[in-house]
Design a protein around this ligand. Structure first.
Ligand code: RB5
Length: 145
């Protein structure tokens, strides 16, 4: 899969760890995040990854900031994006199975490296279940207009 990644300054170190991890799983990463630790504003990175996913330029996205919250809120402003913050592996597979989340987000100040890898693996290996869950996703997108 082609995976769009984005991060702010709070998550540059974890971005490199996760990038190497998913590349090791055989995926291609497109890096939209900052590559240094200088304070910066996360909305632009959430938008860039959201747009890449919404346009189909990437199959899914991974966003990381301090908490995963701000950058996911920004991504969710892009029509067609379903970005979900995950701090545990159960949520990580359920957001794919039930919500067909096309972006996962987590916080570099919340989860450690090993849990972050497990969250990513849980999400990437899960399958959307469709059925009643598709109906609910359609209802969410009706809200977008
Ligand atoms: C940056 O200090 C921090 O606010 C940001 O990374 C993120 O946690 C916001 O939601």
């Amino acid at each position: 899969m082609k995976i769009a990644m984005g991060n702010d300054h709070a998550a540059t170190g974890l971005k490199w760890v996760i990038k190497e991890y998913v590349e090791g799983m055989g995926h291609e990463v497109v890096n939209f995040g900052t590559d240094d630790n200088e304070s910066c504003d996360y909305p632009a990175f959430g938008k860039a990854v959201g747009e890449a996913v919404a346009k189909g330029e990437a199959d899914c996205g991974i966003l990381i900031c301090g908490t995963g919250v701000g950058i996911s809120i920004a991504a969710n402003k892009v029509k067609g994006v379903r970005a979900a913050v995950c701090s545990d592996v159960t949520t990580a597979h359920l957001v794919k199975e039930h919500n067909n989340a096309n972006i996962i987000a987590f916080g570099a100040r919340i989860v450690g490296e090993e849990l972050a890898k497990d969250i990513v693996k849980s999400y990437l290996t899960a399958e959307f279940e469709g059925g009643r869950h598709q109906r609910r996703i359609d209802l969410i997108h009706d809200i977008e207009g």
